[in-house]
Design a protein around this ligand. Structure first.
Ligand code: G3P
Ligand code: CA
Length: 252
């Protein structure tokens, strides 16, 4: 079947808001998601990890230390403990009281208000932990609006086995010798490299596209690199500055 995530001829790259509008609001929160949505982001990118009691929560780091008023590994804290934390004050006093969202809350918000989710399964997950993520996506009836990505190959394979209807993308910091072959082996819908790495091999986007594989590059905040990646034909650009990228794209 055709890959619906490939950029149509003449259409621009998708704007993907990295951790929401993370330069304007506390990352990976509902307020960051809402600001990104209003700024014209096509997708919100964020990171999912399980609490101690197995609930998928939205957090980037393996600990809550940097982005909340608490301490400790997310995987050692219960849902109740995570929900008691302030995930906004570290960014600015104005955001005091902002909470770490669960995946279910985040998807419910997107379902109601509009928007798509590029969901990074962060770190290693067991099959049961990925099954819980899939269950939440299905409960929230968001299957057609979620794209799963990960650096962790087993997590992607669990997702594909449990929910082949969910598209999967492989995150890479450096390029593989043969990304096209790897994409075939892993049933990838997208190959998502660091933008700086991708720019060292300009022919790769065309090679992947001819194989029916989409490309989303991360995390790019400068207009010079937006231009270079756009010229390569990437399908999506992941950025901390979604309002500026949306403006740059609409200015043509
Ligand atoms: O979406 C790709 C990018 O988010 C990967 O890096 O550390 O920001 O999750 P990181
Ligand atoms: Ca991420």
């Amino acid at each position: 079947p055709a890959n619906a995530y490939l950029r149509a001829p003449g259409s621009p790259a998708a704007v993907i808001a990295h951790r929401g509008a993370s330069s304007a609001a506390p990352e990976n929160t509902l307020v960051a998601q809402e600001i990104a949505r209003r700024a014209g982001a096509d997708w919100i990118e964020n990171d999912v990890q399980p609490s101690a009691d197995g609930t998928p929560f939205i957090l980037h780091d393996s600990t809550v230390d940097r982005t909340t008023n608490g301490t400790g590994s997310i995987r050692s804290l219960t849902s109740a403990q995570l929900k008691a934390l302030d995930a906004g004050s570290w960014f600015a006093p104005h955001y005091a009281g902002t909470r770490i969202p669960t995946l279910a809350e985040q998807l419910a918000d997107l379902r109601t208000r509009g928007g798509n989710l590029l969901l990074e399964i962060k770190g290693a997950h067991t099959r049961d932990q990925v099954a819980k993520i899939v269950a939440v996506i299905r409960e929230q009836q968001m299957t057609g609006r979620v794209f799963v990505q990960s650096f962790d190959v087993p997590s992607l394979q669990y997702s594909y086995e449990l929910a082949p209807e969910l598209p999967i993308g492989l995150l890479r910091s450096t390029l593989d010798a043969d990304p096209v072959a790897l994409a075939g082996q892993l049933h990838l819908t997208a190959y998502n490299p660091a933008g700086s790495a991708l720019l060292t091999r300009p022919a790769l986007v065309g090679d992947l596209h001819r194989a029916g594989v989409a490309v989303m590059a991360w995390t790019i905040d400068s207009a010079a690199q937006w231009r270079s990646l756009d010229q390569l034909g990437v399908d999506g650009i992941i950025t901390n500055r979604p309002a500026e990228l949306a403006g740059w794209i609409s200015a043509g």
